[in-house]
Design a binder for this molecule. Structure first.
Ligand code: SF4
Ligand code: SF4
Length: 663
């Protein structure tokens, strides 16, 4: 064993390897991406024997692949972000009915805030919707333990199991004792055993399977209380945060319940409030605190025992009111006379992330300590925090990002032609920001191409553009491409091909041919896919060659019928930057076109730097620490005063020679 500092996601990967996982598959999505990458790293280093790991083309493909491997008796790990489970929901629902053989654990990382998602959906709800058990870690340590336990649970009941960390658990770090080497478990029963009555789902079998699911869920809820491994995920505390062996160990009227990262915040908040109360000479009323790490199936018997004698219970959780609803239901079903406070009652945040200060302030109110703790005794009060006034930092495309040239070329090609610009999921959603203002819609993965077809049907007078990234093209774009060609929709698909999955950390995809298992396979050509789908007009351009990019865009946009422009230029994360461009201060007119047209953060404007041509307007300047020399602004400046570094150096050298000759 070796002690290592690991991020939550890395710890999850190690836990799965130590549990003998044999097949790992997923699709990149923040905050989950590091799990697959860590498995690949361990395998490449020779420390994880017998494991297959891959980025699949999308989440559905990954889960279906794992379903097959699990039927053959392999332990399998699936990863995605919360939105990804929507894509994989079809196989998930059915897998639960068919059942699995090798343990199948899904890590679905939720994104409260949201920090990098379109929704704040709660995977615990997906658990109850699909009737799949859910474990909800509050720390990286707990995530590590839950992953191992989830494999056991999955095989015990032949059910997929979801482990649902959130961003702060995924990305927080802690020390772990990690096995130096791991080995994938052998296949259960030696492999797939044919049994059509089991593995082939027909309506009659689905009816029976539904009954089996309904029978096993209460048993799993009982396991959550009686199995010491699972019971440890639902710890109880009393005043002073002393661990309680049973709820009735403390006579209390107040109860606190929390799940996920909110449980860790609540422990910290309780410490703060108790310390503050002690400093003020105030007494915190007796309470019980229960962390629910096994939210589905909800351990209702345990909840009833916890709530015995309580009058009020406050619930801290992020995203949906899952625990709050379950406790309210339990109160009604068991005729227990406690009030439940939480999101629904307006007593806790109804969206976004929780934090320690906010929970502490709400606990002060819940305990009735506001007056006592507000006393001016020199000890900082625990106050309900106001939203912090931080400077706004709107997201923006990186300096030198080739997508900037693509968006600008499309807008220049369209001119004043009426158009709808459909975006998609990726860095390029940022094309909607000013001054580019080149994205009108963004729904979900792959939707840009299909939504564009809806616009073209009802508004034939407008040109309709659909942007799609190279990774998204393979993940969710191809069915929309086939639909456009099949139904003859007059749209222009603009493929923003930067040769990577940039937004989630530069993962490979089928268009790169690079795999996590070592060998590079032949890249799948996007152009060949488009051609195979009967796209008759396909043009290419380098988006940083502005004239060529505008010409290509024009040719595709004004073609009648489905057309495509392939803008090909690698993400700046993949290439060595060139020397920054320079602006000739003497010749700059201060017109600001370089800023107002493309909005690259590499260019600034100094109104206090007048030049001979700009007068009092001031002049533009290049921030050499940001500029990567992409050259797009060189083509944008109408006065040709922005020059590549080499050219600027040449001009200076010529001037020096000329000066020398005159001397
Ligand atoms: S660099 Fe060119 S575009 Fe920018 S302000 Fe000066 S003259 Fe105008
Ligand atoms: S060359 Fe111009 S557009 Fe490109 S990164 Fe530098 S400042 Fe930005």
């Amino acid at each position: 064993m070796t002690k290592k500092l690991l991020m939550g996601n890395e710890a999850i990967a190690h836990a799965a390897l130590e549990a003998g996982v044999r097949v790992v598959a997923g699709y990149p999505g923040t905050p989950s991406s590091e799990i697959v990458e860590m498995v690949a790293k361990e395998r490449a280093a020779g420390r994880a024997e017998g494991v297959h790991v891959e980025w699949s083309t999308n989440e559905k493909a990954a889960l279906e692949l794992l379903g097959g491997a699990s039927y053959a008796g392999a332990r399998c790990l699936y990863t995605c972000k919360q939105m990804g489970l929507n894509v994989a929901s079809d196989p998930l629902m059915c897998l639960n009915y068919v059942g699995v053989k090798g343990g199948l654990v899904l890590i679905v990382a939720d994104d409260p805030g949201p920090i990098s998602s379109q929704t704040e959906q709660d995977t615990r709800r997906f658990g109850s919707f699909s009737k799949v058990p859910v474990l909800d870690p509050s720390t990286p340590d707990q995530a590590f333990a839950m992953v191992k336990a989830a494999f056991e649970l999955s095989e015990r009941y032949r059910t997929p199991v979801i482990v649902r960390p959130t961003t702060r658990v995924d990305h927080a770090s802690a020390f772990f004792d990690i096995a130096d080497r791991t080995r994938a478990r052998d296949l259960i029963d030696g492999g797939f055993v044919r049994d059509p009555s089991h593995w082939v789902i027909f309506p009659r079998r689905a009816y029976e399977a539904h009954g089996e699911i309904n029978e096993r869920l209460p048993q799993i809820a009982r396991d959550y209380a009686s199995d010491t491994v699972f019971a440890a995920f639902n710890p109880l505390y009393g005043p002073g945060l002393a661990p309680l062996s049973a709820p009735d160990a403390v006579a209390a009227q107040l109860g606190i319940v929390a799940g996920g990262i909110s449980a860790a915040y609540t422990l910290e908040a309780l410490r703060l409030v108790e310390a503050r109360a002690a400093a003020c000479g105030a007494k915190v009323p007796a309470y019980r605190f229960w962390q629910v790490g096994t939210p589905y199936p909800f351990p209702e018997d345990e909840a009833a025992r916890f709530a015995q004698g309580l009058e009020r219970v406050i619930v801290f959780e992020e995203l949906d009111s899952v625990l709050e609803d379950a406790l309210t239901l339990a109160a009604g079903r068991r005729h227990l006379a406690y009030d439940v406070l939480g999101k629904e009652s307006g007593d806790t945040r109804d969206r976004g992330e929780n934090d320690v200060d906010d929970i502490a302030a709400r606990l002060v109110r819940f305990f009735g300590l506001e007056e006592a703790l507000a006393a001016d005794d020199g000890v900082a009060p625990v106050a309900l925090p106001q939203d912090a006034q931080l400077p706004a930092r709107p997201p923006v495309l990186c300096p030198g990002c080739p997508h900037r040239g693509s968006f600008y070329a499309i807008k220049r090609a369209l001119g004043k032609t009426p158009a709808v610009l459909c975006g998609d999921i990726g860095c390029y959603t940022l094309g909607n920001a000013q001054p580019l203002d080149a994205v009108d819609t963004c729904l979900c993965m792959g939707a840009g191409i299909t939504q564009a077809q809806g616009f073209s049907v009802v508004e034939p007078g407008r040109k309709v553009i659909a942007y799609v990234g190279d990774s998204t093209f393979f993940a969710s774009g191809m069915t929309g491409i086939a639909n456009a060609a099949y139904n003859g929709h007059d749209i222009t698909v603009v493929v923003l091909d930067n040769a990577t999955t940039a937004m989630t950390g530069a993962q490979p995809h089928p268009g790169t041919g690079v795999t996590l298992m070592g060998p590079k396979n032949e890249p799948i050509s996007i152009e060949a896919v488009l051609a195979a789908c009967n796209f008759k007009k396909i043009v290419h351009a380098d988006p940083l060659d502005l004239d060529a990019a505008i010409a290509a865009a024009h040719e595709a946009i004004f073609y009648e019928g489905p057309s495509a422009v392939l803008f090909e230029s690698p993400c700046i994360q993949l290439v060595r930057p060139q020397a920054p461009v320079e602006i000739d201060h003497e010749l700059c007119t201060g017109c600001k076109r370089c800023i107002t047209e493309i909005g690259c953060p590499g260019i600034g404007f100094d109104p206090a730097a007048p030049g001979p041509k700009s007068g009092k307007r001031g002049t533009a300047f290049v921030d050499a620490s940001l500029c990567n020399g992409c050259g797009l602004c060189v083509d944008v400046c109408p006065f040709s005063v922005i020059v590549p570094a080499a050219e600027a150096a040449g001009a200076k050298s010529d001037a020096a020679k000329e000066g020398g000759a005159h001397a």
